[in-house]
Design a protein around this ligand. Structure first.
Ligand code: SF4
Ligand code: FES
Length: 141
């Protein structure tokens, strides 16, 4: 597990937070502030809402920085999956679905729900998008 990957559980689901994938859309804390509190440490309070509310909010995270799994769910992608790839305008390549990714060092990670891959070349966390495309003024045309 990377140093920047943290997990928080309420006993039912586990919220996975990967800071270096956040593209700062603010959707999580504007959408469910009882759970996502950027000024608190830890900033995720898994007791602040029901599992259903937390999962519904995390499904809106555009980058995959936030994801979750149900504690009784297998940590496997064997049954997978229909992966959909979306090119976001002036932004990252979004891969929707659960898939394994092998990195340049040969390590495999499981990516879930949605993962944003850098398309502008400016990310400091390649191959993932870290939001740098905005400051870089990346444009499709
Ligand atoms: S990218 Fe995800 S984790 Fe980052 S601010 Fe947006 S919703 Fe929250
Ligand atoms: S596309 Fe987001 S940092 Fe490159």
């Amino acid at each position: 597990m990377s140093d920047k990957k943290k997990e928080y559980t309420n006993g039912d689901i586990t919220v996975v937070w990967q800071a270096d994938r956040c593209i700062h859309s603010k959707k999580c804390w504007t959408g469910l502030n009882a759970v996502f509190q950027p000024n608190e440490r830890p900033w995720i309070n898994v007791e602040g809402a029901s599992s259903e509310e937390i999962m519904a909010q995390i499904d809106k995270c555009p980058s995959g920085a936030l994801s979750y799994y149900k504690n009784d769910e297998q940590m496997s992608t064997e049954e997978s999956t229909n992966v959909v790839i979306e090119v976001s305008k002036n932004g990252p390549l979004l891969v929707h679905g659960d898939f394994d990714m092998k990195d340049k060092d040969g390590n495999t990670t499981i990516n879930r729900k949605v993962t944003a891959f850098c398309r502008c070349g400016q990310s400091k966390n390649k191959p993932y998008c870290d939001g740098s495309h905005k400051a870089a003024g990346f444009k499709d045309e």
